[in-house]
Design a protein around this ligand. Structure first.
Ligand code: MG
Length: 230
C-alpha cells in the first residue's frame, strides 16, 4: 500500500531549467566578441559540472561558474562592467516569478487529502526555501526535504525518518538520474514525468535504464488515476 508520495520540485512542479537556458543566452551575448556561442556554452557547461563538487547546485554556484568561465575564455581580459553584467544575470534569475505548471496545484491538492505528501528537492537551502514559499504550494506537503544530492542514501534516510517501508514510497519527478534511479535502488516506486529539456548533468544513457522498472507519465494530471490503479 502506498503511504507517501514524494515530489521533485524544479521542472516537476514549476519551470526552472528555462531560466538557466535564458541566462546562458545572455551570457553568450556578453562573450560574443571573444568567442563563438557554442564554444562558450560548452565551456560553461564543463565549468558548471566541475563546480558542483565545490559549491553544490543553484544560482549562486551558476553565477560563480559564469564568472570563472568568462575569465578563462577571455584570458583575464573581461572587464569589471562585463563581470557586473554577469552578476546581474544571476540576480534576475533569483527574482523570476514562480511559474507552476498547469494542473499541478489541483493534483497536489487532491492527493494531499489521501496521502502523506513530501517535497524532495536538491540544491541551495535558501534558494529552494524561497521558491517553495513563493509557489504557494508548501502547505500541501507534510514534509519538505532539501538535500545536497539525491542519491540512494539520501532517500533511505528520508524514508527511515518518515517510518515507511520502501515499497510504500513513491517518488515523482522529471529527472531519471535524481528522482527515479536512486529510488528504484532502495526499493521504492518511481514515476517519471519528463520535461521538455533536461540539464546535461541529469542525462542518463539508455543502457543504464535497461531492466529498470518505473512508470512514465506525460502529465501530472494523470497521476491520481495511476495511483488509484496501483
Ligand atoms: Mg527536477
Amino acid at each position: 500500500m502506498i503511504e507517501i508520495i514524494a515530489f521533485d520540485a524544479d521542472d516537476t512542479l514549476w519551470h526552472n531549467e528555462r531560466h538557466y537556458d535564458e541566462a546562458k543566452e545572455k551570457f553568450k551575448q556578453i562573450l560574443t566578441r571573444y568567442h563563438d556561442p557554442e564554444w562558450v556554452e560548452s565551456r560553461l557547461d564543463a565549468t558548471e559540472l566541475q563546480n558542483l563538487k565545490r559549491y553544490g547546485y543553484g544560482i549562486k554556484s551558476f553565477a560563480l561558474s559564469m564568472i570563472e568561465t568568462a575569465i578563462q575564455l577571455t584570458e583575464g581580459r573581461i572587464n569589471g562592467n562585463e563581470v557586473q553584467e554577469i552578476i546581474t544575470i544571476a540576480w534576475a534569475m533569483l527574482e523570476k516569478p514562480m511559474d507552476v505548471f498547469d494542473g499541478v496545484r489541483e493534483t497536489i491538492l487532491m492527493l494531499s487529502e489521501q496521502y502523506k505528501l513530501l517535497l524532495i528537492t536538491k540544491g541551495d537551502l535558501f534558494e529552494q526555501e524561497a521558491k517553495i514559499a513563493r509557489s504557494g504550494l508548501g502547505d500541501f506537503f507534510d514534509g519538505i526535504e532539501i538535500v545536497s544530492e539525491k542519491n540512494p542514501a539520501a532517500y533511505d534516510a528520508i524514508i527511515k525518518r518518515h517510518q515507511v517501508v520502501p515499497r510504500s514510497f513513491v517518488m515523482v519527478g522529471n529527472s531519471l538520474k535524481s528522482d527515479i534511479l536512486p529510488v528504484l535502488e532502495i526499493g521504492g516506486l518511481g514515476i517519471h514525468i519528463p520535461f521538455e529539456t533536461t540539464w546535461v548533468h541529469e542525462l542518463v544513457p539508455e543502457s543504464e535504464l535497461e531492466g529498470k522498472d518505473f512508470i512514465r507519465l506525460t502529465t501530472m494530471a494523470h497521476l491520481p488515476a495511476l495511483l488509484a490503479s496501483l
